[in-house]
Design a protein around this ligand. Sequence first.
Ligand SMILES: Nc1ncnc2c1ncn2[C@@H]1O[C@H](COP(=O)(O)OP(=O)(O)OP(=O)(O)O)[C@@H](O)[C@H]1O
Ligand SMILES: O=C(O)[C@@H](O)C(=O)CO
Length: 407
Amino acid sequence: MIGAIADDYTGGTDVAVALRSQGLRTLLFFGVPPPADLPGHDAVVIALKTRTGEPEQAVAQSLAALDWLRGNGTDQVYFKYCSTFDSTPLGNIGPVLDALADALSVKTVAMTPSSPHHGRTQYQGHLFVGGTLLAESPMRDHPVNPMRDSYLPRLLRAQTAESVGVLPLETVRNGLADALSSANDRYLFLDAVDDTDLTVIGQALRRAPLVAGAAGLARGLATARPGTSGQLENPPVTGPAAVLSGSCSARTLEQIAAMIRVGRPAYRLDPVSQNDPDVLAAQALAWYDALPGSAAPLIYSSMGPVDLQRTQEVLGVEESAWILERASGLVADGLVRRGVRRLIVAGGETSGAVVGALGVSGGAVGAEVDAGVPWIHPVGRPDLALLLKSGNFGHVGLLVTASREDG
Ligand SMILES: Nc1ncnc2c1ncn2[C@@H]1O[C@H](COP(=O)(O)OP(=O)(O)OP(=O)(O)O)[C@@H](O)[C@H]1O
Ligand SMILES: O=C(O)[C@@H](O)C(=O)CO
């Protein structure tokens, strides 16, 4: 069984749907699950909220997830980080990898954030986003972890004392097995620019106890698994929809503009004018209560880099994120109590706050609305569906279409 540990919640849904797409019956948990009788499955994803915050906590939670996975029949652990390698010089990818590799006594961990389905590719150790170097993509303005370098070994070396190397594309395509067996580096970034590369890598790594990367390599590993056995099915959920966004990623901003363009009611959470998250949330819910129509509304704090910098100068990066994440959780809870049945959330951290506030411990992976964006059917809540959208995922009209009455 493949057991994946994802460092954020939207990353968890992304890797879960990648495994599912290759026929693996996949269970998704938010946080380390309690002991339970699980339905038949071929893969488990434990989504954590460890991308940002203290490295010690990220390590402790990842090791707890590892213990759970080993106790539940996992023969291959996959550490899922972001396809744009979201992290800072303090971590948390390096510290978590060090801890997992030590715990599993692994000499070399092969990895790549390449995920061609999402337009991410690795060439000569450099990460590209839609053909643009990472550091020249909109990720350079990310609110919490701006990515200002594109060379993966340098990014990881800042986070670990272990050695880091690259397998160039030519070696991946001609001589991968030899290169892997003679590798001396603790971490090895494998170039991959298309799905065939990832399938070949997945085959070569099918017995590796620990592999890391984004959804692309998880898909490659899944293709190497024999005897897959169908899907866990969930009927579609109907009922009122709402969109909640804390993502400031470029694609989310375009999706929000599309919501506003088609005339959806929209309410902006502004932490500068109100820095008490409870009041901020109460005001948004009062606005929702006064809405006349039935069109799914948008509640958002998303803003472009210039406005964002201004907010962060006033409140600080962590404080503004904390206010908005707490407010988003309260708003989500209030919306569901008011009858929202399809809740669409943009942003990984924001999704973490929402899932926590709703007390959702996990769910089945349902229909994929767009690459890496599946509906999640929370355990014990057959009347509720969540769409947790990674910041840069989805077509421009995704928020509009997913929240339509027939979405
Ligand atoms: N107006 C704002 N001012 C300051 N911080 C904000 C604002 N809006 C959102 N944030 C914070 O920015 C962070 C956005 O991260 P989040 O993970 O939710 O989105 P993302 O990075 O676009 O998504 P993903 O991680 O899926 O790529 C959150 O912590 C959120 O609270
Ligand atoms: O890999 C990605 O880009 C996403 O799954 C993600 O991690 C978003 O937070």
